[in-house]
Write a protein that binds this ligand. Structure first.
Ligand code: ADP
Length: 179
C-alpha cells in the first residue's frame, strides 16, 4: 500500500485553501490516489460542534482534525486539510503527532495577503467584521501566526487555481506521495 500523508493547508480566510484542496484532490483521484479532504466547516458541524473561536477552542479543533487526519493517513490515505490553524504551537503539535507515528506530514502556507483575501471575501466574513457584526476574524482582529518554515509557501494572487494546485502537486510528487 502506498504511504499516506497529511497535507495541511494553513492560511487566512479566503486565501484559497479549500479551492486548492479540492482541485488537488481531483488531480490525485484522477491519478488513482486515495484522497480525502477534511473540510473545516464540516468538521465544525460534526466533530467539533460546540467549539467556538477562542484560542483554546481553535487549538482543540486543530488537534481533533490532526488526530483524524493521522488515523486516515496511517491507512494510506492522502489527507488534505484546508483549515486556518492560526497558532504555531497547534500546528507543531499536529506535526509532532505525525512524526511520532511515522506518518508523513506536509505543511503548505497559502500566503495570500489579507488585502486580497478581504476583497475575495468568499463567506462575507471580512465585510461582517468591518460592519461590526463579528469579532475575532483571523488576520484582522484575531492572531494568525505565520508559519516560519512551511514545506511550501504559495501566494495565489496572480495565479490560477490550477497553477496553485499544480505547485502543491509538484511538491507531493517530489516526495513520492502522488502514487
Ligand atoms: P479558504 O478556504 O482559504 O477560506 P476559499 O478556497 O474558500 O478560501 O476561497 C478562495 C477564493 O479565491 C475562491 O473564490 C477562489 O476561486 C479564489 N481564487 C483565485 N485565485 C486562486 C488561486 N490561485 N488558488 C485558490 N483560490 C483562488
Amino acid at each position: 500500500m502506498t504511504g499516506g500523508a497529511t497535507v495541511w493547508l494553513t492560511g487566512l480566510p479566503s486565501a484559497g485553501k479549500t479551492t486548492i484542496a479540492r482541485a488537488l484532490a481531483d488531480r490525485l483521484r484522477a491519478g488513482g490516489r486515495r484522497t480525502e479532504v477534511l473540510d473545516g466547516d464540516e468538521i465544525r458541524e460534526f466533530l467539533s460542534a460546540g467549539l467556538g473561536f477562542t484560542r483554546e477552542d481553535r487549538h482543540t479543533n486543530v488537534q481533533r482534525i490532526g488526530f483524524v487526519a493521522e488515523l486516515l493517513a496511517s491507512h494510506g490515505v492522502l489527507v488534505l486539510v484546508p483549515v486556518i490553524a492560526p497558532y504555531a504551537d497547534s500546528r507543531e503539535a499536529v506535526r509532532k503527532r505525525h512524526q511520532a507515528k511515522g506518518t508523513g506530514y506536509v505543511e503548505v502556507h497559502v500566503a495570500t495577503p489579507v488585502d486580497v483575501c478581504s476583497v475575495r471575501d468568499v463567506k462575507g466574513l471580512y465585510a461582517r467584521q468591518a460592519a461590526g457584526e463579528l469579532t475575532g476574524l483571523t488576520g484582522v482582529d484575531d492572531p494568525y501566526e505565520v508559519p516560519e518554515t512551511p514545506d511550501l509557501r504559495i501566494e495565489t494572487q496572480g495565479s490560477t487555481v490550477e497553477e496553485s494546485a499544480a505547485a502543491v502537486h509538484a511538491l507531493l510528487a517530489e516526495r513520492g506521495l502522488t502514487i
